[in-house]
Design a binder for this molecule. Sequence first.
Ligand code: ATP
Ligand code: MG
Length: 423
Amino acid sequence: MKYKVPRGTRDILGKEMLIWNKVNNSIEKLAKLNNYQKIETPVFEQTELFKRGVGETTDIVEKEMYTFDDKSQRSLTLRPEGTASVVRAFVENKLYGGRLPVKLFYNGPMFRYEKAQKGRYRQFYQFGIEALGSEEPSLDAEVIFIGWKLLMDVGIKAEEVKVHINSVGCKECRTKYKEKLVEYYQDKLNNVCSNCQTRLDKNPLRLLDCKNESCGKLAEQAPSIFDVICSNCNEHFEHVKVYLDIFKVPYVIDKRLVRGLDYYTQTAFEYRNQNATSTQDAFGGGGRYNGLVEELGGPLTPSIGLAMGLDRIVLALLEKEQPQDSLEFFVACMGDDGVNRYATEIMQLVREKGYSCDKDYGKRSFKAQMRLADKCNAKRAIIVGEEELNNKTLTLKNFNKGKQEIISLEQLKQQLERGSLSV
Ligand code: ATP
Ligand code: MG
C-alpha cells in the first residue's frame, strides 16, 4: 500500500517553504505596522455559522463545504473562509464593547471541496484582516492598501497586479440594481450557462462574475450599479477613491466585480495577477460587510475585511525566484570519536552564540563532508582533526573568500561574541 496526500492537498517543503516563511514574516510585520492584532479561531465551527455568515446561495455553501457529524451528532464544518469565524469571535467575546474599530488578522488553512488544479486546492491558506466597527472610507482604503502592500513587500511588481474596485451598494440600492439585472437578463437566459439560469432568481449579482465565457460577454454589457446607486453609497465610493490616492494604491474601477458572498455592502475589491493565464487569477480580495455582525447576533457594526490567497502568491513567487537556504558554519571533522566529540562541542558553542551550524552525521570522508557543506550553502567551515583536538585549535575557512586560518577555540569564542570573524 502506497499512501498519497488526499486530492487537492499537498505537502509544502524545501525551497517552497522558504518562500512561505518569507511571506509569513512579511504578514506579521505588515499587520503590526498597521496595528492589526492576531486572532486564532478553531479550524472547524458549527455548520450553521457558515450557512448564515457566508450565505446559502454562495458556491461555498451550496457545494464546497467539508461538513461532517461528530460522534455526538453535531454538524461541524471545516472553515471554508475566515470572516464568519472572526465575526463569531467578535460577538462571542463582546469585542464590540471596547474601542472601535477592532482590527484583527488571521493566517491559516481553509478548506473547500473544489475542482483541484494549479492555484486551486481543497486545503489552501489565507491571510485575512477584519476591521470591525467603522464606516470611515479611509478604513476601506487602509484595508485595500494592506493587501496591495503585502504583494509589493514579498516581491510582486506593481505592474504584475491590478487592483479592481467596485461598489455593490447597500440593501436599498442593491435591491434596485438586482431588479435592473433581472430585467436585463430576462430575454438572454438562453445565452447564459445553466448555473446562471438558476442563479438569476436567487442571487442575480452572481451572473456578473461567472467564469463561463458567454456569461462573461453578456456581463460586460450589463447595467452598472452606478446607474442606480444611492447618494450615500456613491459618496462613500468617491471618498474611498480619494483615500486610495493618499495610500498610493493604483486601482481600476470594475463594474463587473461583485464578491461571491452575500454579506458584502458597498466597497468590493480584488487583486488580479496580470501574469495569470487561468481563472485562478485572483491573489485575494475583500469588501465591506456592514450587515454581517448583526446577522450573526451582534450589534450593528459596519466592517470591512480582506483575504489573500497565499498559495497563489507563493506560486507566483516560485516562478520568479529560486530561493536558497544557507548555513553560517559547517563543522568538518577528520578523525576518531575523540575528534567527533570535539567537533560536536564546537558546533554547540557556535549555535549558542546564535549562528546556524551543522556537521556530518554519516561518517563521511573529508571530501564528502566538504561537498555536504557546499550543498548546505555554508559560508564558513570549521575543520578539526587530531592535531586541533590536542591543541584546542581549529581551522576556520571562508568559502567565499577562499581563505583559511588556524585559530584557538578561545579566539573563535571571542570572535563570535564580537560578531566579527578574522576570516
Ligand atoms: P475564486 O474566484 O478564485 O474561486 P473566491 O472568490 O472563491 O476565488 P475568496 O473566497 O474571495 O475567493 O478568497 C480570497 C482568495 O483566496 C482568492 O482570491 C484566492 O486567492 C484564494 N482562494 C480561494 N479559493 C482558493 C482555493 N480553492 N485554492 C487556493 N486559493 C484559493
Ligand atoms: Mg471560489
